[in-house]
Design a protein around this ligand. Structure first.
Ligand SMILES: NC(=O)c1ccc[n+]([C@@H]2O[C@H](COP(=O)([O-])OP(=O)(O)OC[C@H]3O[C@@H](n4cnc5c(N)ncnc54)[C@H](OP(=O)(O)O)[C@@H]3O)[C@@H](O)[C@H]2O)c1
Length: 347
């Protein structure tokens, strides 16, 4: 794997690929303890150091399994453990949300299940549409001051909320969010409108989730019969199964298949390599149900795409940025800036 890099403007060093664990211990579309251990060992052996999980995965069973795997191997200090809070359970109690009470209670549960005394990177899993940025900033600052969390980040949040959080933290001398964890793939480029420019401007790393769109970009699903990939995650009941089979996405998949054939690599590897080298991306969350799947994703870090392949994929998967971004074309930039096409030296 390529060298470790800092995550956003921080001293946290992560590998270019982070091992996603949403599949581990998941009874419906995941892997058991033995396969999860093999996947973890292979990831570490390939030079990976960062592991992403969440309190909500398999109702806590994923964190418990990960805690066992890490303790059994005695590798706690050699890995970056990231977990998340905010998606609560049901049962009539307020067990979720982004607020401070949930943040503190959830962290205690994660520490216990992961059998550790600190979380290296703690994520707000999703904004709840209610909690003010100031509450999240101060809550994270207090957890860091208590030594229970080292760094923090924001997942699934509007870009304005992230911009407000990092600005507040800076203004008050508090620890800033260092990264944004967001869906990003050849068929999910919405974050290029607001989140990627905000991350670059403000010094946060982008950490894409679902780089293969839950398996869609592996090429195993067929337009005439999406269920053909029998047993594939998108044929099963889960939060990722219903939205990928659109005309636009099938066209992107056709282009991906052509590019993959051209470079002689599997579609899954090419799709992951495309995300890995996008601007602002520091580390990509790879998801694997089997060891073979992990090996394909790991190869993406060894085989960067040639520029013509990248340009073909950029064009085939482009999304309309819409207003006001359609104003900022090179032609308009020349009008605004008095001739020529000025370049920002830091971007
Ligand atoms: N912050 C968030 O809200 C959020 C949301 C989602 C995920 N995440 C994180 O991101 C990580 C990665 O997300 P993801 O699992 O959705 O990633 P993904 O790479 O888009 O999907 C992974 C799935 O694709 C299939 N697959 C992978 N490689 C394959 C291959 N070579 N050939 C055929 N099928 C293959 C497998 O499913 P099947 O074999 O079962 O079809 C696998 O479980 C998660 O583990 C989690 O840590 C975060």
């Amino acid at each position: 794997m390529r060298d470790l890099r800092t995550l956003g403007h921080s001293g946290l060093l992560v590998s270019p690929l982070t091992l996603g664990t949403m599949t581990m211990a998941n009874p419906g579309w995941g892997s058991d303890e033995k396969e999860s251990g093999r996947i973890l060992d292979r990831f570490l052996q390939a030079g990976g150091n960062a592991i992403d999980t969440a309190d909500v995965y398999a109702d806590g069973a994923t964190e418990e399994l990960l805690g066992r795997l890490i303790s059994d191997r005695g590798i706690r200090d050699a890995v970056v453990i990231a977990t998340k809070y905010g998606f609560g359970g049901g049962g009539g109690l307020v067990t979720g949300g982004a607020g401070r009470a949930t943040m503190v209670r959830a962290l205690e549960g994660s520490l216990r299940r992961l059998a550790t005394d600190r979380i290296d990177l703690y994520w707000m899993h999703t904004w709840d549409g209610l909690t003010p940025a100031s509450e999240v900033v101060q809550g994270m600052a207090d957890l860091i001051a208590a030594g229970k969390v080292s760094h923090w980040g924001l997942s699934n949040t509007p870009a304005w909320f992230a911009a407000q959080a990092i600005t507040l933290a800076r203004a008050h001398g508090l620890p800033t969010p260092i990264a944004l964890q967001l869906e990003y793939s050849l068929v999910a480029r919405d974050i290029e409108r607001e989140h990627v420019p905000a991350a670059r401007e403000l010094g946060m790393g982008v950490v894409p989730w679902s780089p293969l769109a839950g398996g869609f970009l592996t090429g195993k699903y067929r337009r005439d019969d999406p269920a053909a990939a029998a047993g594939g995650r998108l044929t099963k009941d889960n939060p990722f199964s219903d939205s990928k089979f659109t005309d636009h996405n099938w066209a992107v998949l056709d282009a991906l298949a052509e590019v993959a054939e051209g470079v002689g690599r599997p579609a899954a590897e090419v799709a992951t390599a495309w995300v890995l080298d996008r601007p602002a991306v520091d580390t990509v969350l790879v998801g694997a149900r089997t060891l073979d799947q992990l090996n394909t994703s790991l190869a993406a870090a060894e085989h960067p795409l040639p520029s013509d392949a990248r340009e073909r994929l950029d064009a085939a998967s482009a999304q309309d940025l819409g207003y006001p971004y359609d104003i900022f074309t090179p032609r308009m930039a020349a009008n605004i800036c008095g001739g020529g096409t000025p370049v920002h030296r830091l971007r």
